[in-house]
Design a protein around this ligand. Structure first.
Ligand code: ADP
Length: 620
């Protein structure tokens, strides 16, 4: 930002990023113009909430007795609108740093991408980007802000946008704290200088603006905290509008809880689970949208202590009388009241999800697909609720279609009587696990195998050793209780026939492997790698390697398929003292092919060179 100063007025130029953003908003993105009013009221209401909180502890504040309200004035002849709040106001730094700059980096790129991809830009999205103020420029070319911060020794300032790329700031006399924003409407937006039009918009969501809002001196809302009402007195529409107002989401929520808790801890709450994750959710990792009130007085937004991290997609309001009114952030962090609220809220949310599982499984599946990634991490972080969380986990499996999910409970219910273990296979994707030769045995017998194809599943594994008294086993483990396949057994190599070949395998592979054995699990493939006692499965190894480049991995057991034609040929060749180099090449090729399938092959060049050699030999 550059600035040039005359006597009292300082001129500033918007940063390049800001200019582009303004240009986008004004010329390229379509949104409902009425959105600007909601954004202004929402900012005014934030400013009032802040000053109300400040008043609790600061006796020197400016205009301590002024009633907290929002006044809108419209003049249809002059085509103007102004909005005044008696809130916290802005310092000069606020004006340059918060009004003149884009809050979060990446916003511009995201908006530009949306434009390029021709994605519809719902105006309701604007709040999610933290640039709500600028939606004003859809309806006006020039804006004036007059403001004074609530600190007793603050100065008043006038901020003015002058043209598309500049703004100015000037010190002014202003007796009252708070902010007035005024502007002349463009011709195509002059409807917003009609009081009936403005009133209509405010009525849509004013029921939960916690302060009186008036238009030309007439109050148009009845102030009432929605969450304080009896749950039956709140209509679905009111609730959904409230949700949209606090969350900046443009869809109605997937579910909600309206709670009034009395007993060990007392609080009221109106909280929501969104239908889809809001855009900001993935960009701002510590985003929380739960607001804390103490006996109707706003204390803090984005309160981190009210819910565990794995539930941070929940938004809404929690209001408690159990906290002292002049509570500070430090106190809320360590307060036992907060811990109790958190415990009760978590329990209620899990109960709601369990209710969906029972009564509306599709809804639950929708939820899990959207938030499962985060939700699953609860298994390893919330010990008190671990069992409930495990029951809420969902997986794909050999018996689900791609994209469909099953639960551990359903897996166990479908187990044949003689099956004693729960089987899973982990990998990067469904396609990758489907190709794994270790699945052949299970597919052939119709035994269900769960697919752990999400990194969170792998992290949860160490904690998921048992379910319903049955142990969970990776099918890549060597020590599974497998019954050999009788029909393929009939023409397989006998133990005695396989023995000399296995010896050559061991000699060739040396310490690349822990052991070489005849497989009971392979049907179509010639060889596979499995994990010995205490070893890690292939997916776990890949994760370890991602975290630590040096990690060399544990040794595997190579299983070879005694009924596979190639293995039988090799046994024959070996018995007849055939071409030794050819046998060794085949063995190395089989081993590295198995590594390749596991995703753990390190030197593809050798593999390819050897393969070329083998092809050359057979085509001679
Ligand atoms: P957001 O509200 O999402 O942060 P905005 O562009 O709407 O984004 O507002 C930017 C910032 O300007 C706000 O975070 C706040 O600090 C300040 N601001 C806007 N309007 C007011 C107001 N009426 N009173 C005090 N501060 C305000």
């Amino acid at each position: 930002m550059t600035n040039t100063s005359t006597e009292q007025t300082q001129e500033f130029e918007y940063k390049a990023e800001m200019k582009q953003l303004l240009h986008l908003i004004v010329h390229s993105l379509y949104m409902h113009p009425e959105v600007f009013l909601r954004e202004l009221i929402s900012n005014a209401s934030d400013a009032l909430n802040r000053v109300r909180f400040r008043q609790l502890t600061d006796k020197n504040i400016l205009n301590p007795d002024a009633p907290l309200r929002i006044d809108i004035a419209v003049d249809s002849k002059a085509q103007t609108l102004s909005i005044t709040d008696i809130g916290i106001g802005m310092t000069k730094e606020d004006l340059t740093d918060r009004i003149g700059t884009v809050a979060s980096s990446g916003t511009l790129e995201l908006l530009q991408r949306m434009k390029e991809e021709n994605r519809p830009f719902d105006g309701n999205l604007i709040g999610q980007f933290g640039i709500g103020f600028y939606s004003l420029f859809m309806v006006t070319d020039e804006v004036t802000i007059e403001t004074r911060h609530a600190d007793a020794d603050s100065n008043g300032y006038r901020w003015q946008s002058i043209g598309e790329d500049k703004f100015s700031i000037k010190e002014i006399e202003r007796a009252q704290r708070g902010t007035t924003i005024s502007f002349k409407l463009k011709d195509e937006a002059k409807e917003f200088s009609e009081s009936y039009r403005v009133e209509g918009i405010i009525k849509k969501y004013s029921n939960f603006v916690d302060f009186p809002v008036s238009v030309n001196g007439q109050q148009i809302n009845t102030v009432s905290a929605l969450w304080q009402k009896n749950r039956n007195d709140v209509t679905e529409e009111e609730r959904n509008e409230f949700y949209k107002f606090i969350s900046d989401d443009y869809n109605p929520p997937l579910g909600h809880l309206h709670l009034s808790i009395e007993g060990r801890v007392n609080f009221k709450a109106l909280i929501f689970i969104p239908e889809t994750a809001p855009l900001r959710f993935f960009r701002e990792e510590d985003l929380k949208s739960l607001h804390l009130y103490s006996d109707r007085v706003f204390i803090q937004d984005d309160c981190k202590e009210l819910l565990p991290d794995y539930l941070r997609f929940v938004s809404g309001v929690v209001d408690t009388e159990d906290l002292p009114l002049n509570v500070s952030r430090e106190v809320t962090q360590s307060s036992p009241v907060m811990a109790k609220i958190r415990e009760v809220l978590t329990g209620r949310i899990l109960s709601m999800l369990e209710g969906w599982v029972k009564n509306d499984p599709e809804k639950y599946e929708k939820f899990f697909k959207n938030f499962g990634l985060l939700f699953k991490t609860g298994v390893s972080s919330d010990f008190a609720n671990k069992d409930r969380l495990v029951d809420l986990l969902r997986f794909e499996s050999t018996k689900t279609e791609a994209g469909k999910l099953t639960a551990l409970k359903d897996y166990v219910a479908g187990m044949p009587e003689d099956q004693t273990e729960i089987y899973y296979l982990s990998g990067d994707s469904r396609e990758a696990v489907e190709r794994n030769p270790n699945l052949e045995y299970f597919k052939k017998r119709g035994i269900e195998v769960l697919f752990f194809i999400d990194p969170a599943d792998i992290f949860n594994m160490p904690l998921l050793t048992e379910y319903d008294k049955k142990s969970l086993k990776s099918i890549e483990n060597a020590d599974l209780e497998l019954k050999p396949d009788e029909e393929s057994q009939s023409d397989a190599l006998t133990e005695d026939e396989a023995k000399p070949l296995i010896a050559v395998f061991k000699e060739t592979l040396g310490d690349k492997v822990e052991d070489v054995v005849a497989s009971k699990r392979l049907v179509d493939s010639a060889a596979t790698l499995v994990v010995g006692a205490g070893g890690m499965d292939a997916q776990m190894e890949r994760m370890m390697r991602m975290m630590n480049q040096e990690y060399s991995g544990s040794k595997k057991i190579l299983e070879i398929n005694p009924s596979h034609p190639l293995i039988k040929n090799l046994a024959q060749l070996n018995q007849n003292k055939g071409d030794e180099t050819l046998i060794k090449s085949c063995i190395l090729q089989l081993y590295e092919g198995a590594l390749l399938i596991d995703g753990n092959m390190k030197e593809p060049a050798e593999f390819v060179a050897r393969m070329t050699g083998l092809m050359e030999q057979t085509t001679r």
